[in-house]
Ligand binder design. Structure first.
Ligand SMILES: N[C@@H](CCC(=O)N[C@@H](CS)C(=O)NCC(=O)O)C(=O)O
Length: 193
């Protein structure tokens, strides 16, 4: 039994998309930041950092976007969201997800200039390819969610980051992504500036 704790539009959007991509049966548990539900003692008991996402796997909490994406992709191998073909490709997936979590994500809070600089590196890493790895994977979902945040906050022109923009549009067209956005937007975004 899977339960996803998420806040609309937050980092948890990436695992939310991945769960829809693989067609997983899960219980969605929206958390309201404005009502400080992420600071509720019951939530802190499963995620002491008070952040989203948390995935409960039979009541055992798994935190961190990258780890949850890995779990969802690895446990649903038929969905082909993880590169099983070589250890080197798996390492590339880890490299991308470490970069996204440790460089792109914190850059947003440091200000627009830092966020833009992080995407400049991501654009370079894409090297004009359609996907971060050889094929669509959870890495693309992770990257997409942060670029989606950037697009909604800063409205960059498509020419600013052509590879990232084309990647964003390709992912926006996916049914699992549209479904996730529809569900989350109906609940309502409460994102910090
Ligand atoms: N390193 C964490 C970061 C998660 C994170 O920063 N979540 C934010 C939303 S994007 C959050 O829950 N913030 C609430 C808070 O800090 O009070 C991950 O990758 O899962």
């Amino acid at each position: 039994m899977l339960t996803l704790y998420f806040a609309p539009g937050a980092s948890s959007m990436a695992p939310h998309i991945a769960l829809h991509e693989v067609g997983a049966v899960f219980e969605p548990r929206p958390i309201s930041f404005s009502r400080k539900e992420n600071r509720d003692p019951a939530y802190l008991a499963i995620n002491p950092e008070g952040k989203v996402p948390t995935l409960l796997i039979d009541n055992r909490p798994l935190t961190e976007v990258a780890a949850i994406l890995f779990y969802v992709a690895r446990t649903n191998s038929g969905a082909k969201l993880w590169p099983f073909s070589s250890v080197e490709l798996e390492a590339q997936a880890l490299s991308w997800m470490s970069f996204i979590a440790s460089t792109i994500h914190p850059a947003r809070r440091r200000g627009e200039e830092h966020f833009v600089q992080a995407f400049r590196i991501a654009e370079h890493r894409m090297g004009g390819r359609p996907w971060a790895l050889d094929e669509y994977s959870v890495v693309d979902i992770h990257l997409f969610r942060l670029y989606w945040r950037f697009v909604n906050a800063s409205h960059p022109s498509p020419e600013t980051f052509p590879a990232l923009h084309a990647h964003y549009e390709r992912i926006m067209a996916r049914p699992a992504v549209r479904r996730t956005i529809e569900i989350e937007s109906v609940i309502g975004y409460e994102l910090p500036a």
